[in-house]
Design a protein around this ligand. Structure first.
Ligand code: CA
Length: 406
């Protein structure tokens, strides 16, 4: 699995020689190219203050690009998932229940972190859920790759990410050099996102804190360090203590709304109201209207903290999922208005049952995780074809009820 560019580079290296490129020979030549790249990058690292011994330590045993990293880098989902799929997979009964259990388990630390940074524990739990499923994902080898090798692979062979990867690699080498973590534990996602709260190296350098006081900023195995690091990022980007991220609202029918930011009292004056019927607690604060699934889906007024959450990950859907998780972990209800959903929703347990039944009938070979991805949807479509149902791939009550009869 080497990119066209890497192969072209190999071909260029042997240009002028009348050789046939046998497929079996390709990996070895690509490795030689990678090793040359590592040797050349040493001077860039040195110019950035990385010692020869740190560099040697970081690259010891790293002799080839990581083909799985390149595979992940090339992956482009065929379709943008609809809102119901994005949010059901992230804001569901299991994520909320685990968040509440973690709130109890880590209460003394969460008390201290909340006190120190002024960031709500529920927001931190929402981020932890989104980033690593409360650390569960770190038990998966795909999320625990060698960060130096992943970033060197991207810098070497992924032209779109080369600049990003070079910057992150220098930063990762600085983390190693300072001794916060040793080379065997400097692990992360294919793109270099590390630890419980998935910080890339430059964000780690900017925001990581040693909250448990053992002298190391360890977001990989110390939950207090990881959650305090997330709190520090939000705090330093202007988080407002004691305030929410936004409100679900209802919109009066048949009128257009201005884009941009206006005071909550102004929004109220033109008929925009909270779906729970309560007044806005701080009506002088500004807010922006967001309708992530169109006017037929739920509507929200987003306040300052929503935009601070986007400093963590610059996507409205991400920040909203964190906010919705936080509210539900804290004991507030879910949405008053559902996402546009052209079928009847299953609970998290029913979704797992659906996957189990598809698996036992041979339509599905993925995880029983209650999350609907491309594999689940194509399994549902195949079953729908067999059962004479409309092949929409939706995890609906109708599909589950039909499966129970098979
Ligand atoms: Ca520590």
């Amino acid at each position: 699995m080497f990119s066209r560019r890497a192969v072209n580079r190999c071909l260029a290296a042997i240009a002028g020689m009348a050789l046939i490129l046998f497929s079996a020979a390709a990996p070895a030549m690509a490795d030689a190219g990678f090793q040359r790249w590592v040797a050349e990058f040493r001077s860039v690292a040195a110019a950035n203050g990385i010692s020869a011994s740190t560099y040697d330590r970081a690259f010891r045993g790293v002799t080839a690009a990581d083909p799985e990293v390149l595979e992940k880098a090339r992956y482009q989902p065929e379709f943008k998932s609809p809102a119901w799929q994005y949010f059901d997979n992230r804001v569901n009964e299991e994520a909320v229940a685990t968040g509440r259990a973690m709130a109890r388990k880590w209460k003394p630390w969460l008390d201290r972190i909340e006190q120190h940074y002024g960031v709500s524990r529920y927001i931190l739990l929402g981020i932890w859920s989104m980033e690593s499923n409360y650390g569960e994902a770190l038990k998966n080898d795909k999320v625990m790759r060698n960060v130096v090798r992943s970033l060197a692979t991207l810098a070497y062979a992924d032209s779109r990410r080369a600049k990003f990867a070079r910057t992150q690699l220098i930063s990762a080498l600085k983390i190693l050099q300072r001794g916060d973590i040793d080379v065997h534990h400097l692990t992360g996602s294919w793109a270099g996102a590390m630890g419980h709260t998935q910080f890339i190296p430059t964000s780690y350098e900017a925001y990581a804190v040693d909250f448990d006081g053992d002298g190391r900023r360890d977001i990989w195995t110390s939950v207090p360090d990881a959650l305090a690091t997330a709190a520090n990022l939000l705090h330093r980007n202007g988080w407002r203590p004691g305030e929410t991220w936004g409100y679900e609202v209802s919109l009066p029918a048949g009128r257009k709304f201005p884009a941009g930011s206006m005071s909550l009292s102004h929004w109220a004056s033109i008929g925009v109201a909270r779906t729970n019927g309560k007044a806005f607690p701080a009506p002088s604060r500004n807010a922006e209207l967001k309708v992530p699934d169109g006017r037929a889906g739920p509507a929200f007024l987003m306040t300052k903290n929503f935009f601070v959450l986007k400093r963590y990950n610059n996507a409205d859907t991400y920040a909203l999922a964190v906010g919705l998780l936080a509210d539900q972990i804290a004991g507030y209800g879910g949405l008053a208005r559902d996402w546009n959903r052209p079928f009847e929703r299953l609970s998290f347990n029913e979704t797992q049952e659906l996957q189990k039944r598809l698996l036992s009938l041979g339509y599905y070979d993925g995880k029983i995780d209650g999350k609907i991805g491309e594999a689940s949807r194509s399994a549902i479509r195949a079953f729908q074809a067999q059962a004479g149902l409309t092949q929409d791939g939706h995890p609906s009550k109708e599909v589950l009820q039909t499966l129970r009869r098979f």
